[in-house]
Write a protein of this length. Sequence first.
Length: 151
Amino acid sequence: MNEQKQLLLKKTKTFTLVLAIYCTVFSVISLLSAFTLTAVDSLRDSMPELNDLQVTTYDLYATYIGTLLLIVLSVFFFLNNKKLKEGNSVTKLPYFLFTLNQLYGIVSGLVVENPLSTGFLIFNLLFNVAIGSLAVIPMIYLSKLGEESVA
């Protein structure tokens, strides 16, 4: 393997590890969020002041599905990182799913966001684009590496 391919492999491993850590941290945060939303929803009858918080069934399910997706992606990224260290082939599917998840975050942020909070909207948009690019770059590197060393 020449130097350029070794450098691409090293960068791919680094990006994969960063994505694995990101997904792990945010899956823990998302899990805590899911428990909080469930608690708020269950306490609504006994605490009337919580009625102002609009936690819908959609919010609960979206949080659960997002948490599950982050956990699965975290496992896939750690497995891919291990395979890359061993020089084995990896699939691009977790990178693709992560990118789609970030695109969903961008679109839902644009559709659902309150127009009065444009500062947060811009931050959310830039954050999702930056984090999403962390998954696009390894896909490009994996394509450049080709089939002979890492698929």
